[in-house]
Design a protein around this ligand. Structure first.
Ligand SMILES: CCCCCCCCCCCCCC(=O)SCCNC(=O)CCNC(=O)[C@H](O)C(C)(C)COP(=O)(O)OP(=O)(O)OC[C@H]1O[C@@H](n2cnc3c(N)ncnc32)[C@H](O)[C@@H]1OP(=O)(O)O
Length: 162
């Protein structure tokens, strides 16, 4: 089986309907944000809650920017990937065309944060999404909005080894 065939087979399995409350599958084992086999990754675990996706996350020393504070790029990575889990609800592959992050207050290493994301609007291939990150039971520390564009799964051929 070629790498592309394996990708397609895995993708179809991932896109089976996911029940409300279910843990959603990682995009792939080495994904920077959700891959369980990526030693540098965030190992994000994400659940479906109604038409939203939710995650609880603790940034650690691998994600440091200023001492004790998560790097803004690491926070953006987690938002971007969380948006990628909404694709299991919308039902097909899409990629980030635009990502905007608002940093309200420092994201502190070793602190647990709640994240939630949702699709706010669709227009043809365009998926408009929003997400927020809050202290447990507390105030918002960051939010994000994104435009994803639906693509055919062959889009990912571009990354296959030649
Ligand atoms: C099995 C496992 C598989 C692994 C897969 C994991 C997948 C998930 C992983 C998730 C991981 C996390 C996620 C990641 O990390 S995804 C990785 C990061 N993203 C990318 O690599 C994407 C790179 N970009 C591209 O490939 C192309 O540019 C794409 C495909 C996105 C679009 O190129 P394409 O040529 O196809 O489209 P178009 O340019 O004609 O535009 C189409 C329409 O969109 C409108 N438009 C464009 N820009 C804007 C804008 N700023 N505001 C408003 N509208 C905008 C535009 O006017 C047009 O509208 P209309 O004229 O039709 O009305």
């Amino acid at each position: 089986m070629s790498s592309m065939e394996e990708l397609l087979a895995g993708w179809n399995e991932k896109f089976r309907p996911h029940a409300d409350g279910a843990q959603l599958p990682p995009h792939h084992p080495h994904c920077l944000a959700c891959g369980p086999d990526n030693p540098h990754g965030h190992h994000l675990t994400v659940h479906r809650r109604g038409e939203e996706v939710h995650a609880t996350h603790v940034f650690d020393e691998r994600h440091v920017g200023a001492p004790g504070i998560a790097h803004g790029g690491a926070v953006a990575t987690v938002f971007d990937d969380l948006f990628g889990f909404l694709l299991y609800l919308t039902g097909g592959p899409a990629v980030t065309r635009k990502l905007e992050v608002l940093y309200d207050s420092p994201v502190i290493l070793g602190t647990t944060y709640d994240l939630a994301a949702r699709v706010t609007r669709t227009e043809g291939r365009k998926l408009f999404m929003e997400a927020d990150m809050k202290q447990l039971g507390g105030s918002r520390v960051a939010s994000a909005s994104a435009l994803f564009l639906s693509v055919d799964v062959t889009h990912f051929n571009q990354g296959m080894p030649r």
